[in-house]
Design a binder for this molecule. Structure first.
Ligand SMILES: Cc1cc2nc3c(=O)[nH]c(=O)nc-3n(C[C@H](O)[C@H](O)[C@H](O)COP(=O)(O)O)c2cc1C
Length: 251
């Protein structure tokens, strides 16, 4: 999307591993993208963004979700942006492969795909055209963004499955498991873990801090890590229809 906007230079700040302190100048365009957890902005992302500020800086707000729903996340990001000195002029809801997706139970596997990326770039180009038009960039009402189509039946089936599971009161796995037979102690898992709870040997883990992002599971070159969650099959079964990105731009 930023490439589509095309104005150089692009300064990129990644909060996956650590918090960021940044004052975005008023003549910049900030693109703020966050993952959705439980229909909200992932709490760790919000924490890591605490010291990001704008000076009435125009901003594009993006939430990335795993093809289920983004719930209140975009509204929440909008409130955050305004409180932090940004002026949201555009917003988008994009789909990324679900953290719980596996090859057996794929959920939005391979997203964002080429079509999503082309859509994002084109959206960036539209923003550039708008900025170059010389028209005033008014704040956008993110609530007006179109919600993706969702079959009511699948949604109800999912809710029923969750309620049924809750009634069973089965304990949830706190953190991905490691198979010591497969682990070669390469340290990839430790390097990608956003909360740094995996020791460099790949074996010792402080379970409590795990945010279940499954980066260690997906990136392990030896398939030594796995995360069992009842949600995987529920999501796979009920959210098979690919949702499409949606965007909104200031008038
Ligand atoms: C704990 C947790 C909660 C999630 N909640 C949602 C959700 O409510 N709706 C949804 O569609 N995807 C949900 N996802 C999927 C993520 O939004 C999606 O995988 C996103 O691409 C993650 O970004 P990342 O790859 O940068 O971690 C959740 C993932 C995790 C780990």
């Amino acid at each position: 999307m930023a490439e589509g906007v095309g104005s150089a230079p692009i300064a990129k700040t990644d909060i996956t591993k650590e918090a960021c302190e940044w004052s975005a100048p008023g003549d910049a365009l900030a693109v703020i993208a966050v993952p959705v957890y439980g229909g909200k902005v992932a709490p760790l992302a919000l924490k890591r963004m605490e010291r990001i500020k704008g000076e009435n800086t125009p901003a594009v707000l993006i939430v990335v979700y795993g093809n289920r729903a983004y719930g209140e996340a975009l509204n929440e990001l909008d409130a955050w942006a305004v409180a932090h000195g940004f002026k949201p002029i555009a917003a988008g809801t994009f789909i990324g492969e679900h953290s719980y997706s596996t090859s057996e139970f794929p959920i939005a596997q391979g997203r964002p795909n080429q079509q999503d990326l082309t859509y994002a770039r084109t959206f960036g180009e539209k923003i550039r055209q708008k900025m170059e038009s010389g028209e005033e960039l008014t704040a956008v009402e993110v609530k007006r963004i179109a919600r993706p189509k969702q079959s009511l039946l699948s949604l109800l089936r999912f809710i029923m499955a969750v309620l049924k599971w809750q009634r069973r009161k089965e304990p949830m796995q706190k953190c991905p498991k490691v198979d010591p037979e497969r682990c070669v102690h390469c340290g990839v898992c430790a390097a990608v873990c956003p909360v740094e709870i995996i020791a460099s040997d790949g074996i010792n883990v402080t379970e409590e801090g795990c945010i279940k992002c499954c980066a260690c599971v997906k990136r392990c070159p030896h398939q030594a890590r796995s995360f069992d969650t009842p949600f995987r099959q529920m999501l796979w079964k009920n959210f098979k229809t690919a949702k499409m990105p949606q965007t909104i731009l200031s008038k």
